[in-house]
Ligand binder design. Structure first.
Ligand SMILES: Nc1ncnc2c1ncn2[C@@H]1O[C@H](COP(=O)(O)OP(=O)(O)O)[C@@H](O)[C@H]1O
Ligand SMILES: [Mg+2]
Length: 250
């Protein structure tokens, strides 16, 4: 079953056409990568799916329900989470407070000082459990702005996962990371998305080919190919358009 489908999705920025009839299909439970050259429209596609932009034509379906035009917070409620290509944590809040925001927002609870203590202590426990899972207990009370780059990106992925979404979209979660940080981030992503559906935009082909069950190749706003990593790797059109002579170990 497809958990997410886009049907004939078009988007333009004041006349600059960016998406040309994209029919994306993501199966429930898979790790699905979207690859393609810079400017192909990957982030725009994410923004249309997650309600940041409205498509100029076409529709988005999530769990069989038409969600075109839904706002990001409505999508969070029905089980869609996302991270951003640019940093999206709350810089002045601590690691703990960032994750707690995610947990509270899923439940539709606004944090206030007069919250019932028993309810809040449950949320504190849940937040600490998440911190433990993502190895950030040691940085629990650091402001997000003081985290190392790699830990900061991990926090972002975790923030996207803290609402316990059925589908999570990650936009270049390893961008700018060192090799070690990338390795750790991939382990973390693998762990956090176990049993969930994930769509990841990723430029690091080692990450893509090791993580993805299926890959969609986007080129100039159109889908060029869809398939499992070994098929995509051998696809001549994809090689010509994007992978070039890149040799990838699978
Ligand atoms: N907010 C915007 N306003 C105008 N043009 C944009 C905007 N965002 C992206 N674009 C353009 O849309 C195209 C696709 O961009 P994007 O979706 O960011 O590509 P990708 O994520 O694949 O690198 C590019 O030509 C980019 O310059
Ligand atoms: Mg992008």
């Amino acid at each position: 079953m497809n958990i997410l489908e886009t049907k004939g999705l078009y988007h333009d920025f004041s006349g600059l056409q960016v998406l040309f009839g994209v029919n994306l299909e993501v199966r429930e439970g898979e790790r699905h990568a979207i690859i393609g050259p810079n400017g192909a429209g990957k982030t725009t596609l994410f923004n249309v799916i997650t309600g940041t932009y409205e498509p100029s034509r076409g529709d988005v379906y999530f769990k069989g329900q038409k969600i075109t035009g839904f706002k990001p917070h409505q999508l969070a409620r029905i089980g869609m989470g996302r991270s951003f290509q640019i940093t999206s944590t709350f810089q002045k809040l601590t690691t703990f407070q960032n994750i707690r925001m995610g947990i509270l927002s899923k439940r539709g609870i606004r944090f206030n000082l007069f919250q019932r203590v028993d309810k809040m202590s449950g949320i504190t426990r849940e937040t600490d459990a998440v911190l433990d899972r993502i190895n950030l207990t040691g940085e629990r009370d650091f402001p997000a702005s003081l985290l190392s780059y790699g830990k900061h990106r991990s926090l972002e992925v975790s923030l996207a996962m803290s609402t316990d979404p059925d589908l999570v979209l990650l936009d270049e979660p390893t961008a700018g990371m060192s090799k070690d940080e990338t390795h750790n981030a991939v382990q973390l992503i693998r762990r956090l998305t176990e049993g969930k559906t994930m769509i990841i935009v990723e430029h690091d082909m080692d990450v893509v080919f090791s993580l993805a069950d299926r890959i969609t190749v986007l080129h100039h706003g159109e889908i060029l190919a869809v398939g499992p990593p070994n098929e995509i790797k051998d696809n001549q059109e994809v090689k010509d358009a994007y992978l070039g002579d890149l040799v990838v170990e699978v």
